[in-house]
Design a protein around this ligand. Structure first.
Ligand SMILES: [Zn+2]
Length: 175
C-alpha cells in the first residue's frame, strides 16, 4: 500500500505528492517523532507529534494533506517554523542511533516533505480545520524507551509507541 502526503492548496488535486510504502512511512514517522518530541513545548506542537504518532495504524490509510494540520493565521509562522525545524533535525539524523536499522530512503522523503511544507503559505490557512484524532489525547505521554510521544490506539500503553511497535526486536519483546 502507498501512503501519500499532499499539498493540494499549492499543487492542486493530483499534483506531485510524497509517496511512501508502509515501511517507508514508518521510518519517516519515526525520524519525525524522534526529532520533534524533544522540542515540542506548546499544546499545538505536542498535538502534532501525537497526530503523527497515530499514523501508526498503517495499512495505507495514513496519508494526509498539509492542510489537514490545523494552522492558524495568528500562529502560522511559529508553527511552520516548528515543523521545518523538526524536519531539519530529522535530516541531521537526530537520535537515529536509537533505530536498529539504517533508514535507506528517508532523506529523500524528508526533502520532499520539506518542499511540501515550505510551499504551504499563510494564504492557504483554513481556520475551521481542527485536529482529526482517532483517540482524543488526554495527556501527552512519552515512551520510556524512545522518548517519543505515544498514541492511545491500544489499551496497553506499552503498545502505543510507533517506534516500539515497528522495531523488529523491540525492547518489550526481548525484556
Ligand atoms: Zn518506544
Amino acid at each position: 500500500m502507498v501512503n501519500s502526503i499532499t499539498n493540494d492548496a499549492s499543487r492542486g488535486p493530483g499534483g506531485e505528492s510524497l509517496k511512501m510504502n508502509n515501511g517507508g512511512t514508518s521510518v519517516f514517522l519515526s525520524v519525525m517523532l524522534l526529532a520533534g518530541s524533544d522540542i515540542a513545548k506548546s499544546g499545538w506542537e505536542k498535538s502534532l507529534m501525537y497526530w503523527l504518532a497515530e499514523k501508526d495504524i498503517g495499512a495505507g490509510i495514513v496519508g494526509f494533506d498539509i492542510a489537514d494540520i490545523p494552522w492558524r493565521s495568528s500562529t502560522f509562522h511559529e508553527h511552520k517554523q516548528f515543523v521545518l525545524e523538526t524536519i531539519d533535525r530529522a535530516c541531521q539524523r537526530y537520535r537515529w542511533n536509537v533505530l536498529d536499522y539504517d533508514p535507506p530512503f528517508v532523506h529523500q522523503y524528508l526533502t520532499a516533505f520539506l518542499a511540501l511544507v515550505e510551499e504551504f503559505s499563510e494564504a492557504y490557512v483554513d481556520e475551521s480545520v481542527e485536529w482529526q484524532f482517532i483517540e482524543e489525547p488526554h495527556e501527552f505521554q512519552k515512551c520510556a524507551v524512545h522518548n517519543v510521544y505515544l498514541h492511545r490506539l491500544n489499551p496497553d500503553p506499552l503498545k502505543c509507541c510507533l517506534l516500539c511497535n515497528d522495531a523488529p526486536t523491540n525492547a518489550w519483546a526481548v525484556g
